[in-house]
Design a protein around this ligand. Structure first.
Ligand code: 5CA
Ligand code: ZN
Length: 409
């Protein structure tokens, strides 16, 4: 699949700081040392509805990760998937009487437009589940041959008990896992499983659903977790730097993915850090396609809101906190954007050298974007109150905000 166009990232004077980031697996902050090419996998959308502010907030967090890395003069190798065949997508297509491939293509196209408007850096590899199937089939076969997977009435399950590291990503106990598994696409109640938590690797063809010939597996389609594992191993290999997504992916998705990969390769870990963004809510509930309480990026754009203001709204909350999208969050961002634009529109101003370092330090410190915004607010306030004589300052502020926060002033 093709991704979306990249916006330029201006180079800043000096050098950025190494990223310290909260890792779900260790429960603490770790300093990543990625080497010259940092590797990141971010779980993509299931394209059955438009991009909402929760999605956008999560992708914003991982966009900041890349901007911090680029500022340290590293290259970034970024991979993202599109879950373009899965239960919710097929169910929505049936409900609305439309072709599931058309639904997936339309919503993926809209996602690309939203990401472009928000100036999110594109992945180098943007891979659909369907196009990954030829690579998924041999992985499922290998797991079965190795005794890490088993058949149940034509479906193939992964045996979580074959991975000694199972449970290390989420750190949850068995009961919590069981509850979340039932809530998030698993089937802990299905009789005949070795462990109720075992996830499906390959689902035998169901009547009326698309399927692919899987040689020894029989016609069917891939399970969710193996999709991301196949794509990540193919394009990044084991031990990449960050596996990213919203906090609802920590269990089961990232836990199971790590186990699949560890069982396949005999190596550990799958990713050096598992990084999770908080959930954005609306009216007291998590914003979700299944609940339907959504604020779409495209709808807000259609209302004439500058995408830069949407981006500032996302940046105004720390990526790890759960927060509520409100009209006020957006109104504050619109006002801030106008203030910042006025401040950089003058030819000179107070020195911005310290500001560059403040923004760098805030983002390197577990992507603390609210602190970064506060630093720019202070410079803009000083510009408004006293101005300054530094001729390069407004330009440097623009480039800093552009390079590190993805906002064009
Ligand atoms: N296709 C899978 C990942 S392989 C999937 O979870 N798709 S999704 O469309 O449901 O979600 C895409 C990303 O947005 C995931 O990282 C998910 O954790 C995140 N996300 C979904 N809802 C919210 C929300 N309300 N707040 C923050 N992030 C969210
Ligand atoms: Zn995923």
């Amino acid at each position: 699949m093709h991704a979306w166009p990249a916006s330029e990232v201006p180079a800043l004077p000096g050098k950025g700081r190494d990223l310290r980031i909260h890792d779900t697996a260790t429960g603490g902050r770790i300093t990543l040392d990625p080497g010259p090419v940092a590797r990141i996998y971010v779980c993509g959308i299931t394209p059955y509805d438009a991009t909402h502010m929760g999605h956008a907030a999560t992708y914003n967090a991982f966009d900041l990760v890349q901007r911090v890395w680029l500022d340290t003069k590293r290259q970034v190798h970024y991979v993202q998937n599109v879950t373009d065949v899965d239960d919710p997508l097929l169910e929505r297509a049936v409900r609305d009487g439309q072709d599931w491939t058309e639904l997936a293509e339309r919503e993926t196209a809209l996602f690309r437009e939203d990401m472009t408007a928000l100036r999110m850096l594109p992945p180098q590899h943007y891979i659909g589940a369907v196009e990954a199937i030829p690579g998924i089939v041999p992985l499922v076969e290998r797991l079965r041959d190795a005794g890490a997977a088993y058949d149940l009435d034509g479906d193939v399950y992964f045996s979580v008990d074959t991975d000694p590291h199972f449970g290390e990503v989420s750190g949850l106990d068995a009961e919590a896992m069981r509850l979340l598994s039932a809530e998030r696409g698993g089937d802990p109640e299905r009789p005949g499983k070795k462990n109720p938590l075992d996830p499906m690797l390959w689902m035998a063809a169901r009547p009326g659903e698309p399927s692919w010939g899987g040689a020894s597996l029989g016609a069917g389609r891939p399970g969710w977790h193996i999709e991301c594992v196949a794509i990540a191993l193919d394009h990044l290999g084991m031990g990449f730097d960050i596996q990213g997504g919203g906090s609802d992916l920590a269990f089961p998705h990232h836990e199971m993915g790590a186990s699949h990969a560890q069982a396949l390769t005999g190596e550990h870990p799958f990713a050096k850090a598992y990084v999770h963004a908080g959930m954005v809510g609306l009216d007291g509930e998590k914003m979700s396609k299944s609940r339907g309480n959504l604020v779409f990026v495209s709808a807000v754009r259609r209302d004439g809101v500058d995408p830069a203001a949407i981006r500032l709204a996302l940046l105004s909350r720390h990526y790890r906190s759960d927060w509520e999208w409100t009209d006020q969050v957006l109104a504050d961002a619109v006002e801030r954007l106008a203030r910042w634009r006025a401040a950089v529109s003058r030819p000179d101003g107070p020195s911005a050298d310290a500001l560059v370092e403040e923004v760098r330090e805030a983002l390197a410190d577990d992507l603390d974007s609210p602190t970064a915004l506060a630093a720019v607010d202070r410079w803009a306030a000083l510009q408004g109150a006293e101005g300054g004589t530094d001729e390069g300052a407004p330009g440097l502020v623009s480039r800093t905000v552009d390079a590190l926060l993805g906002v064009a002033l």
